[in-house]
Design a protein around this ligand. Structure first.
Ligand SMILES: Nc1ncnc2c1ncn2[C@@H]1O[C@H](COP(=O)(O)OP(=O)(O)OP(=O)(O)O)[C@@H](O)[C@H]1O
Ligand SMILES: [Mg+2]
Length: 268
C-alpha cells in the first residue's frame, strides 16, 4: 500500500518478512503537549528491531502505542493509524485484552505477580481460556518456561513465589508469562537495565532464539545490546523518528548527523 503520509527518512521493511505492524503518522499527546510527532514505520515478522535515542525522546511512548498501553495513561491521546496484520488496532470492535495478548509486553523492572511461579505463567492462559484441563495447563506452563529458558531452574519449585527468584530469573518469568498466551509480538522496554551482565547475556541469547517465532521490539540505552540483538535499529530524537535502517548501517554508516552524534556518544 502507498504510504499516505510523509515518512521520516526511512528504509522500507526488509523483503524477507511480511509487515506485522504498521504505524502511520502516529502522534501522542500528554494533555496539550505533543510528545511524539508523527512517526511512521513498518515492523516485519520475525525481526528484532531496537529503538534507541536520548532519554525523553519518546521511545517508550511509541512502544506503548503498539498494544494500546497509552490507553491506561489518563492524559495521553494517540492519533494516526496502527495496524497489526493489516487490522486497525484502534477499531472500536477490537478487544484490547486480546490485543495485549497478541502484542505482549515486558517492562524494565521485572514485575511478577505476587503468586507462585506456576500461577504467574498460568494466569494469562486461564484468562483467555487456552487450557481445557489441568494437564493442558501444565503443558502450556512447561513449554512457556522452556521457551523462556527458565524451566530447568524452576521445575522443582513451581509452587514457590515468583517474587523469590533472582532479577534475571524474574525477567525470564515475565517473558514466559508473555509467551504463554501465544503472542505474535513481544514489546520489551529496557528489559535488561536492572540486570547484571550475566543475566543480560542470557536474555539477549533468548531474544535471538525467540525471534524465530516472534517479532520483537526492544527499547535499549545499551548500544552494544542493540548491535548484538537487533536486525534493524530506529533512532529517535525529541519525539521524531530520525533514522531507521539495518543496525550495522545505523551504527557504522548513519545518514543523519543527529544519529551519528548519538551513536558516537557526542550527546545523549
Ligand atoms: N505519563 C506522562 N505524562 C506526561 N508526559 C509524559 C508521560 N510519559 C512520558 N511523558 C513525556 O513524553 C516524552 C517522551 O517520554 P518517554 O517516556 O516516551 O521517553 P523515553 O524515550 O522512553 O525516555 P527514557 O529513555 O528516559 O525511558 C517526555 O517528554 C516525557 O516527559
Ligand atoms: Mg522509556
Amino acid at each position: 500500500m502507498q504510504a499516505m503520509v510523509p515518512t521520516a527518512r526511512s528504509e522500507s521493511a526488509t523483503a524477507a518478512g511480511s509487515v506485522k505492524l504498521k504505524a502511520e503518522d502516529v502522534r501522542v499527546f500528554y494533555g496539550e503537549k505533543e510528545a511524539l510527532h508523527g512517526v511512521s514505520m513498518d515492523i516485519v515478522s520475525n525481526e528484532v528491531i531496537a529503538f534507541i535515542g536520548p532519554s525523553g525522546c519518546g521511545k517508550s511512548t511509541f512502544l506503548r502505542c503498539f498494544n494500546r498501553m497509552n490507553d491506561t495513561v489518563a492524559s495521553a491521546r494517540v492519533t494516526g493509524r496502527i495496524t497489526l496484520d493489516g487490522r486497525d488496532i484502534h477499531d472500536p470492535n477490537l478487544d484490547v485484552v486480546l490485543l495485549r495478548a497478541q502484542v505482549g509486553m515486558v517492562f524494565q523492572k521485572p514485575n511478577p505477580f505476587p503468586k507462585s511461579i506456576f500461577e504467574n505463567v498460568a494466569y494469562g492462559p486461564r484468562l483467555h481460556g487456552l487450557a481445557s484441563n489441568r494437564s493442558d495447563m501444565e503443558q502450556i506452563v512447561e513449554s512457556s518456561l522452556r521457551k523462556a529458558g527458565l524451566w530447568d531452574e524452576v521445575k522443582d519449585r513451581l509452587d514457590a513465589p515468583g517474587t523469590g527468584l533472582s532479577g534475571g530469573q524474574q525477567q525470564r518469568l515475565c517473558i514466559a508469562r508473555a509467551i504463554a498466551v501465544s503472542p505474535d509480538v513481544i514489546l520489551m522496554d529496557e528489559p535488561c537495565s536492572a540486570l547484571d551482565p550475566i543475566a543480560t547475556g542470557i536474555i539477549e541469547d533468548l531474544i535471538t532464539e525467540l525471534k524465530r517465532n516472534y517479532t520483537i521490539v526492544i527499547v535499549t540505552h545499551n548500544m552494544q545490546q542493540a548491535g548484538r540483538v537487533a536486525d534493524r535499529t530506529a533512532f529517535f530524537h525529541l519525539g521524531n523518528l530520525v533514522e531507521i535502517g539495518a543496525t550495522s548501517q545505523i551504527f557504522m554508516n548513519p545518514r543523519e548527523r543527529r544519529t551519528e552524534d548519538y551513536v558516537t556518544g557526542r550527546y545523549g
